[in-house]
Write a protein that binds this ligand. Structure first.
Ligand code: 13P
Ligand code: SF4
Length: 347
């Protein structure tokens, strides 16, 4: 249907633009993006980019979303922290957040006068969905006087109960700056173990009290995957997200946020990288470093993949109620304090 609106030459030009960006990118583990795939995407990217200008909208895409979004229509791509900064400083009328619900919710909290839409609708996250505000209150009551940090992968209600929010990119630095030798960290129990170990390694040990859950993508990695990668690819650098189990992180060359992994690869003289993280980041690295090799055992976030070109176009034309991000004013006011504290401490 969309295709009939476009001149064939314009479509081919757009498909070639996309192919120029995506030719080195894996579509599945077995194949790469083809010109035909780009021809299918082209009518949508053309329409989205036009509507985006008409509506004065900005598209923020997490690196775990699909490469047609990340390279075809996004104005900014990045990790949770980078995208929160972009949302905070945006002067657009509309923010379209291709990510998961807690990310879009954070954007609305820190820039409340904007219309915020999420193409994927109420896309969850096993971490954000693992803990309620009441559970944080109970935990804090059991440990009075202990500062509480929440990972940004949490609901606005959970953020509202904590002293400061953190992302995977600043968790170690912010935790180090917290007073005392004990700390509550929710809701990622695996990251809490990594945090406690890192604080000890830095010579600023703290007991980290945690509760909540784990990421359904990163909690699946095991030491065997690292050993296998090293056996199969001598000289490989293995990178992991701090949502992975500590016994995996201990064996890796680098542990950090998705932005940290992008920077590590950009600076590294090495050629082959084992990626213990979500497929979208592997795609991003393939697009940006076609000369390097990325080996990815497995790991797809079905929540992030709910964002598509079709539902991105939909929010620009007529968003469905579940794609419109609203946050209760009292919760937003409290949660904003924890998020603002992160911006202050992350400087
Ligand atoms: P980053 O902030 O490192 O991109 O992490 C977000 C996330 O959801 C990882 O699973
Ligand atoms: Fe949540 Fe894991 Fe998906 Fe990240 S990859 S959004 S932590 S479920």
């Amino acid at each position: 249907m969309l295709k009939t609106l476009e001149n064939e030459a314009v479509l081919m030009q757009e498909a070639q633009r996309l192919y120029g960006l995506l030719h080195a990118v894996s579509k599945t583990k077995a194949d790469k993006w083809t010109l035909e795939d780009c021809l299918v995407a082209a009518p949508y990217t053309l329409c989205i980019n036009r509507f985006k200008q008409e509506r004065n909208a900005v598209i923020l895409a997490h690196s775990y979303t699909t490469p047609d979004l990340v390279y075809g229509v996004a104005d900014f791509r990045g990790d949770s922290y980078e995208l929160a900064l972009k949302a905070r400083e945006s002067t657009a009328d509309v923010i379209i957040f291709a990510g998961v619900w807690f990310m879009a919710e954070t954007a609305k909290i820190i820039n409340p006068s904007k219309k915020v839409f999420i193409p994927a609708g109420k896309a969850g996250c096993t971490l954000a969905d693992s803990m309620t505000a009441a559970q944080v209150r109970t935990l804090r009551a059991k440990h009075p006087g202990i500062p509480a940090l929440c990972y940004i992968n949490s609901s606005a209600e959970v953020k509202a109960e904590c002293d400061a929010c953190v992302t995977s990119g600043n968790v170690f630095d912010i935790a180090q700056r917290m007073p005392g030798d004990e700390l509550i960290f929710v809701p990622d129990m695996l990251m809490a173990e990594n945090l406690e170990a890192e604080l000890k390694r830095r010579g600023t040990p703290k007991k980290v009290i945690s509760s909540g859950g784990s990421c359904c993508v990163h909690d699946k990695y095991r030491p065997a995957q690292v050993e296998q990668l090293r056996a199969q690819y001598p000289g490989i650098r293995v990178l992991a997200h701090p949502e992975c189990p500590i016994e995996v992180c201990r064996l890796c060359d680098y542990v950090g946020s998705t932005k940290g992994m992008v920077s590590y690869v950009a600076k590294s003289p090495d050629h082959t990288f084992g990626m213990l993280t979500e497929f979208g980041l592997v795609n991003r690295l393939e697009a940006e470093h076609p000369d390097k090799q990325f080996v990815w055992p497995f790991g797809v976030c079905s929540y992030m993949k709910k964002n598509t070109l079709i539902n991105t176009l939909e929010v620009l034309v007529e968003p469905r109620p579940e794609q419109i991000v609203e946050v209760d004013a009292t919760v937003a006011e409290q949660a904003k304090k924890a998020i603002d504290k992160m911006f202050e401490l992350a400087k």
